[in-house]
Ligand binder design. Structure first.
Ligand SMILES: Cc1cc2nc3c(=O)[nH]c(=O)nc-3n(C[C@H](O)[C@H](O)[C@H](O)COP(=O)(O)OP(=O)(O)OC[C@H]3O[C@@H](n4cnc5c(N)ncnc54)[C@H](O)[C@@H]3O)c2cc1C
Length: 448
C-alpha cells in the first residue's frame, strides 16, 4: 500500500498520517539524517496501543517500525511507525535491586529513579538514549567492564510480537524469544517494558581529558599500552573528535579538533588518580576534569552531543589494540587529515563484557578487546566522502563479528555478520517462528 490508509487503529494515543499537521513532529528522529516516511505513525500510550497498532498493520499487510528517541534511526520507517516516547514510566524495587522501564524511557529516567537508592542501571554513554533500544542491542556502557552488557542484567521482557500478542518472556517462558531479543534488538517485536537488575553504584571517579589533536599519536599510543593493564573497575575510551563551533561547548573546544580520553572508575579518587597518571603525562591537556561525581552525572564521561544531528555510523571489533592499528587510525583520521568524521572512537571492552550472563543471550562481541566506531556527518553531499573515510579508518586487523548498536545502517547481510554462525542461525530460527512475514523489518533488520 502506498496511499493513505482508509481506517485508523483503535488506540488511546494520537495517530497521524502524512497529511496531518502533527505527523512531522511525531516521526522526528534525533539522527536527523533519517527522515521516517510511514503511512501512519501511532503515538502509543500503553501496551494495548502497541497491540492495536501491530494488529492493524498486520491486517493491512504493512511493516512496523518502532522509535523511542531516534538516536538509532538508521533507515526510514515505512508502513507503520510506533512512537513509544509517551510510555516512559520507570519503577524501582530497592529491596530486590530491580527496575522496570517502559519502552520510551530514556536512560536518564532510569538513572533518576534508581539513584535515590544508591543504585544504577548499565546505561550507555549518553543518558538521552532510549534505555530499551540500547539494551536490546546489547548495551555497552561506562560500567560495562565491571558489570557486562546492559542486556546481561535483563530479567524479563514484555513484547508484542507480529501476531499482535503481548507476551512476557523470561528464562522459563518462551526462552528462545527471551534469548534472541536480548541482543537481536528490534527484529522480533515491539518491547513494551523491560525488567532488569540494577547495580550498587552511587558515585564514580570519572570524566574526560581533552588534548589538542596534534598530540594524537602520543595519546593513542599511550592509551594502547595503558588501557591494556587496567583493572575492570575502570572503563575507558578515547576518541578523535572534530567538534562543531557551538556555544554549548567551552571556548577552547569550539570548532577544535581534539583527542578525548573518557574514564569511569569504580573506586576512590586517590586510586583513580594514580591509575590515570600515565595519561595525564602523555601530552599537555586542554581541559582535564576527572573527579568523583554522583552517578546521575555519568554523562560527564563521554559528553556526547545532546542536540539532534545527522549521523552515518559504522563500527568493527578489535582482538587487540596494536601499534599498527593505532598507526592506521592516525593515518586515516589523525592530525592533518581532513575527514568529515566528527567521531572516531576506540572503546575498551574485555572484563565483564567477556563473561557469559546468568541466562545466556544473543549479545555478540564477547571476547573482543576494543570496539572501533566511526560517526560520519550524515548529509547527502558528503555521503561518498564519509563512506570512503570510514572505510579507511576501519581497514584494520579485525576481530570477527560486531556490535549491532554500533552497526549503523548496515544491510541485513552485514547485520547478520555480527554473530558467529551458530548464534546467527538460532536468531534466524527465532525470527522465522515469531515473525515469518518479516513485519519488523525497520531499524537494523536481520532479514532483507
Ligand atoms: C549519542 C549516542 C550515544 C550512544 N551511546 C551508546 C553506547 O554508549 N553504547 C551502546 O551500546 N550504544 C550507544 N548508542 C547506540 C544506541 O544504543 C542505539 O542507537 C539504540 O538503538 C538507541 O535506542 P533509541 O531507542 O534511543 O533509538 P530509536 O532510534 O528510537 O530506536 C532505534 C532502534 O532500537 C530498537 N528499538 C527501540 N525501541 C524498541 C522497542 N520498544 N522494541 C523493540 N526494539 C526497539 C529498534 O530496532 C529501533 O529501530 C548511542 C547512540 C547515540 C546517538
Amino acid at each position: 500500500m502506498t496511499t493513505a490508509p482508509t481506517s485508523l487503529p483503535a488506540v488511546a494515543g494520537p495517530v497521524y498520517t502524512k497529511q496531518d499537521e502533527g505527523y512531522a513532529a511525531e516521526i522526528a528522529a534525533w539522527n536527523v539524517a533519517t527522515v521516517h516516511e510511514p503511512l501512519a505513525v501511532v503515538g502509543a500510550t500503553c501496551p494495548q496501543d502497541v497491540v492495536e497498532a501491530v494488529r492493524w498493520a498486520g491486517a493491512l499487510g504493512l511493516p512496523v517500525a518502532v522509535q523511542a528517541t531516534g538516536h538509532g534511526a538508521v533507515r526510514p520507517a515505512r508502513g507503520v511507525l510506533v512512537n513509544t516516547s509517551r510510555m516512559n514510566e520507570v519503577s524501582v524495587d530497592p529491596v530486590a535491586r530491580t527496575a522496570r522501564a517502559a519502552a520510551g524511557a530514556r536512560s536518564a529516567d532510569v538513572i533518576a529513579a534508581a539513584a535515590p537508592h544508591g543504585l544504577a542501571p548499565l546505561n550507555g554513554s549518553s543518558s538521552r538514549v532510549g534505555f530499551v533500544g540500547y539494551t536490546l542491542g546489547g548495551g555497552v556502557g561506562p560500567l560495562g567492564r565491571r558489570y557486562g552488557f546492559a542486556a546481561d542484567l535483563v530479567r524479563s521482557v514484555e513484547i508484542v510480537t507480529a501476531d499482535g500478542v503481548l507476551r512476557t518472556v523470561d528464562a522459563d517462558r518462551e526462552p528462545d524469544l527471551f534469548w534472541a531479543v536480548r541482543g537481536g534488538k528490534g527484529n522480533f517485536g515491539i518491547v513494551t517494558a523491560l525488567e532488569f537488575d540494577l547495580v550498587e553504584v552511587g558515585s564514580f571517579f570519572g570524566g574526560g581529558i581533552y588534548y589538542p589533536i596534534e598530540h594524537a599519536g602520543a595519546v593513542l599510543h599511550a592509551y594502547r599500552e595503558w588501557s591494556a593493564g587496567l583493572p575492570e573497575e575502570m572503563s575507558t575510551s578515547v576518541a578523535l573528535l572534530r567538534l562543531p563551533d557551538l556555544p554549548a561547548l567551552p571556548p577552547p573546544l569550539r570548532g577544535a579538533n581534539v583527542v578525548h580520553l573518557r574514564v569511569c572508575f569504580l573506586g576512590g579518587a586517590e586510586e583513580g588518580d594514580a591509575l590515570l597518571a600515565p595519561m595525564r603525562s602523555a601530552a599537555p591537556a586542554i581541559i582535564g576534569e576527572v573527579l568523583t561525581l554522583p552517578y546521575p552525572a555519568i554523562d560527564a564521561v563521554h559528553r556526547d552531543p545532546v542536540d539532534p544531528m545527522p549521523t552515518r555510523e559504522r563500527g568493527v571489533l578489535l582482538g587487540a589494540l596494536t601499534a599498527e592499528t593505532v598507526d592506521r587510525v592516525l593515518a586515516a583520521a589523525g592530525p592533518g587529515v581532513d575527514v568529515p568524521l566528527p567521531v572516531v572512537e576506540l572503546r575498551q571492552l574485555g572484563g565483564a563484557f567477556d563473561r557469559p550472563p546468568a541466562v545466556p543471550n544473543a549479545v555478540s562481541g564477547r571476547g573482543a578487546a576494543y570496539s572501533l566506531f566511526v560517526i560520519g556527518l550524515g548529509v547527502p553531499e558528503l555521503r561518498e566522502a564519509v563512506d570512503a573515510a570510514t572505510e579507511r579508518v576501519l581497514a584494520v586487523d579485525r576481530f570477527p563479528g560486531g556490535l549491532i548498536n554500533f552497526s549503523g545502517g548496515a544491510g541485513p547481510e552485514a547485520i547478520r555478520a555480527n554473530w558467529p554462525p551458530a548464534d546467527r542461525d538460532r536468531l534466524l530460527g527465532v525470527k522465522r517462528s515469531y515473525d515469518p512475514a518479516n513485519v519488523f523489518s525497520g531499524g537494523q533488520p536481520l532479514v532483507g
